[in-house]
Ligand binder design. Structure first.
Ligand code: SF4
Length: 237
């Protein structure tokens, strides 16, 4: 799997290869079971039920790094943050920021495109209770590493959605850019900002989960501030 990720010559090749990954037995069982049983509201749909590739501009200056696909969102539709409440909040914000051509993301063929932005997750299969194990995180790291390598020429800013994504960035920084992460590691916080020399800036944002958006812990205005800052740092108009 590590070798296959490293061999991916471009994003299309990477997307195709990751979709065929079976490296984590627990997650393979879960993604397929969810796809078989389905949620009542989606009973008539055929679930994707496989790893979910990254999505967006291949020449992105801004990357949004999430945790993992949602069982009935990305694992259903085949596109990250698509078809669930988290995505509703995220894509509305990206649209307000001028980084998405439409405010909704409901299906693979809905016409959504991103400008200067690519979205991917640290773990590419939906995990039970949204909690991948450390082993599953490590198994999946080569896919993240390769994706970052492929967009490295243009990448300027990484927005980490939540503490898991923030933590997943440091090994990627070491492996892709050859830079030893700072010690101690900067703590995750909403609005946290870390910058190094000749590497992408890292911005922290609370995750767009319902737990955060329904409770008001993360508001649309707070997300707007994060993406405005990301655009400024990345030099995106
Ligand atoms: S989580 Fe990542 S490494 Fe594990 S099976 Fe899915 S794509 Fe493969």
């Amino acid at each position: 799997m590590v070798e296959r990720a490293a061999r991916a010559t471009d994003l299309a090749d990477l997307d195709s290869a990751v979709s065929d990954c079976f490296a984590c037995p627990r997650l393979v069982d879960w993604r397929e079971e969810v796809a078989r049983t389905r949620r009542a509201a989606f009973r008539d749909q055929r679930y994707w039920g496989r790893p979910v590739p990254g999505f967006g501009d291949p020449d992105a200056r801004i990357a949004i790094l999430g945790l993992a696909p949602a069982a009935h969102g990305g694992n259903r539709t085949g596109r990250i943050f698509t078809g669930d409440r988290s995505g509703d909040v995220l894509f509305a914000a990206l649209h307000r920021a001028g980084l998405a051509n439409q405010p909704t993301s409901v299906a693979l063929d809905d016409g959504l495109t991103l400008r200067d932005t690519r979205i991917f997750a640290g773990v590419r299969c939906a995990p039970p209770e949204n909690k991948p194990t450390p082993q599953e995180r490590d198994n999946c790291a080569p896919w993240l590493r390769r994706e970052v390598t492929l967009i490295r020429p243009t990448l300027r800013v990484v927005v980490a959605l939540g503490a898991f994504a923030w933590a997943a960035w440091w090994p990627t920084l070491r492996q892709v850019y050859g830079l030893r992460p700072p010690s101690p590691r900067p703590a995750f916080a909403h609005g946290a900002h870390w910058s190094g020399t000749a590497v992408p800036d890292l911005l922290g944002s609370y995750h767009v989960s319902q737990q955060n958006t329904f409770t008001g812990r993360l508001t649309p205005g707070m997300l707007d501030d994060v993406f405005a800052r990301a655009k400024q740092l990345a030099g995106v108009d």
